[in-house]
Design a protein around this ligand. Structure first.
Ligand code: FAD
Length: 444
C-alpha cells in the first residue's frame, strides 16, 4: 500500500498534498458527532492523504491517478455534513475542494460558481447586483456550494423556495468522472438530480450554476408564546400568508430557547418562541397576526443593525447550541404531513414530552407550507431512539434518519434508478466514497 501511495504522490506533483497524520485525521472528520449512534461506527476511520486541487485540471489529474492506482476518493467541502458523508470508510484520498473558490460570473437571477465557494461568499457577491442565494443551511458561513448540493437538503430560504432538490433550485453542474479516462460532463436541467444529494458517490462537482432570488432587506424577529401549539399555529399561519415575504420560520418548544444563551434577555423563562426572518416591508403586518395567536414580539432587529444572527440558532444550529450545554442531546429530522391544525405535531409534543423537544422549521413542499422538524432527543439508548423513530413513522411522520451513514437508510430510502445508472457510468470501479451506499461496492 505504501508503494501505491508513494506512486500516487509522485503522479500528483504540483498539487497540494497533506500527509501529516493529525492533519489528515482532522480532515477525515465531519459533524456526525451529533449522533451517538454514528460516533462509535466511524471511530478511527481516516484517509491516507488529503489532496487539495486548485482548479478543474488538477481535479482531473487526481481522478486519473486514483483510477490508475484504484484508490478510493472521498470528496470534501467544508466537512460540516452530519451523517459521516465525509468520513472515508476505506482510507484513500480525501479530495478537499476548498481551494476552488472562483465565481466565474453573477447575472440577474443566476450565478456560476466553483465547487468550493462558501455560500456566504456567493450571497455577498450576488447582493452587489441586487440578488441573493435562494436558500442556505445554517452553516452558510463555512459550508461550500458543492457540499450543500451533494450533502445538504435545504434551510434558511426553504420557506419561500422549497428544498434544494426541487426542480429549478440547481440549474447546472459540471462533474469530473472516475472512468479510465476521466471526463468532464455538464449536467443541465433535470439531469442535475443524478448528482444532487448523492454524498459524493456520483462524480466530482467542479462548478455549479444556481438560480438567485431578489435580495430583500431581512429583518429578524423573536415572538414568544405561553402555549406551544399557539406558537406552532402562528408559524403555520404566517407560512400560509403568501403576501408576506419570509426567509425563516422556526418554532421552539420550551425549554429549547434556554439553550440559546446570548438571547436570554429576549425570551421569558419557560416560554415557547418563534424566530423569524421577514422582508422589512412585511413587518408592518406582523403585530396583528402575533396578537391573533396570543404572542408577544420580544426582539426586532432592523436590517441595518449588525448584531447576532438569528439564523445561526435555527435548523441544525439549534442542535449545536443544545449540545454545547448538554452533549447527551441528539436529534431527528422529520417531515409532518400538511395539516392546518398541526394535530400530529400536537400529539407528538404531548406524547414524548421532554424526551423529544419540539423544534419546527416550516418550509414549502410542492406548493404547500408544512412543518419540518429537527426535534431534540434526550438520548438514552440506540434501541429507544429507534423506537421513537418507528413511532413517528407509524403515525405518518416521515423521518430522514440522521443516525446512519448509508444513503438509502437515511432520507433517500432507495437510490433513484437514474442516479444508480449514472453511478455505474461515472464510477465504474466504485471508488467514490465507498461504503456509503448499498450499491456498487468497492472491492478492497
Ligand atoms: P461536506 O460536509 O464537506 O460534504 C457533504 C457531502 O458532499 C459529502 O458526501 C461530500 O463527499 C460531498 N461533496 C462535497 N463537495 C463535493 C464535490 N465538489 N463534488 C461531489 N461531492 C461533494 N444541512 C442542511 O441542508 N441544512 C441546514 O440548515 C444545515 N444546518 C447545519 C447546522 C450545523 C450546525 C451543522 C454541523 C450541519 C448542518 N447542515 C445542514 C449540514 C451541512 O452543514 C450542510 O449540508 C452543508 O451544506 C454541507 O456543506 P460542506 O461544504 O460542509 O459539505
Amino acid at each position: 500500500m505504501i508503494k501505491i501511495l508513494d506512486a500516487l504522490i509522485n503522479a500528483l506533483e504540483g498539487i497540494e498534498i497533506i500527509t501529516e497524520p493529525s492533519h489528515v485525521a482532522k480532515l477525515s472528520q465531519d459533524y456526525h458527532t451529533f449522533s451517538p449512534v454514528l460516533v462509535p461506527k466511524l471511530q478511527g476511520k481516516v484517509g491516507d492523504m488529503v489532496v487539495r486541487p486548485s482548479n478543474e485540471k488538477e481535479v482531473i489529474k487526481v481522478a486519473q491517478a486514483c483510477v490508475e492506482s484504484q484508490i478510493p476518493v472521498t470528496v470534501r467541502g467544508a466537512g460540516t455534513g452530519n451523517y459521516g458523508q465525509c468520513v472515508p470508510l476505506h482510507g484513500g484520498v480525501i479530495l478537499d475542494m476548498s481551494k476552488m473558490q472562483g465565481i466565474p460570473w453573477v447575472k440577474p437571477g443566476v450565478a456560476r460558481v466553483e465547487a468550493g465557494v462558501k455560500l456566504a461568499a456567493i450571497d455577498k457577491k450576488a447582493r452587489e447586483i441586487g440578488w441573493e442565494i435562494r436558500m442556505a443551511p445554517s452553516t452558510y458561513r463555512t459550508a461550500t456550494i458543492a457540499g450543500f448540493i451533494a450533502g445538504g437538503s435545504g434551510g434558511i430560504g426553504s420557506i419561500q423556495y422549497g428544498l434544494l432538490g426541487d426542480r429549478g433550485n440547481i440549474l447546472a453542474l459540471r462533474v469530473v468522472t472516475l472512468e479510465d479516462q476521466p471526463r468532464v460532463m455538464e449536467l443541465r436541467g433535470d439531469d442535475v438530480s443524478k448528482v444532487t444529494h448523492a454524498w459524493g458517490i456520483n462524480g466530482i462537482i467542479t462548478e455549479a450554476e444556481i438560480p438567485l432570488g431578489p435580495a430583500y432587506p431581512w429583518a429578524e424577529v423573536i415572538v414568544t408564546f405561553n402555549d406551544f401549539m399557539a406558537a406552532g399555529r402562528f408559524g403555520q399561519a404566517l407560512g400560509n400568508g403568501d403576501g408576506m415575504i419570509k426567509k425563516l420560520i422556526a418554532v421552539f418548544a420550551a425549554p429549547i430557547p434556554e439553550y440559546f444563551h446570548p438571547l436570554q434577555d429576549y425570551i421569558p423563562q419557560g416560554s415557547h418562541s418563534v424566530f423569524l426572518m421577514l422582508a422589512e416591508p412585511s413587518l408592518e403586518l406582523l403585530p396583528g397576526l402575533v396578537q391573533q395567536y396570543g404572542g408577544q414580539i420580544t426582539y426586532k432587529k432592523p436590517v441595518a443593525q449588525k448584531s447576532l444572527n438569528l439564523g445561526e440558532f435555527t435548523w441544525n444550529h439549534t442542535t449545536l447550541h443544545a449540545r454545547s450545554i448538554d452533549n447527551s442531546i441528539t436529534y431527528l429530522q422529520s417531515m409532518f404531513p400538511p395539516d392546518p391544525n398541526l394535530e400530529l405535531v400536537e400529539h407528538m409534543y404531548h406524547y414524548f414530552g421532554d424526551e423529544v423537544m419540539m423544534h419546527l422549521e416550516f418550509f414549502r413542499v410542492h406548493g404547500r407550507v408544512i412543518p419540518g422538524a429537527l426535534q431534540l432527543v434526550r438520548y438514552t439508548t440506540e434501541e429507544r431512539l429507534n423506537e421513537i423513530i418507528r413511532y413517528h413513522e407509524a403515525k405518518g411522520v416521515s423521518i430522514a434518519n440522521p443516525h446512519t451513514y448509508i444513503i438509502e437508510d437515511g432520507g433517500r430510502k432507495v437510490i433513484d434508478p437514474e442516479q444508480l445508472k449514472f453511478k455505474e457510468m461515472v464510477d465504474p470501479y466504485g471508488l467514490m466514497n465507498p461504503g456509503k451506499s448499498k450499491v456498487l461496492e468497492f472491492k478492497k
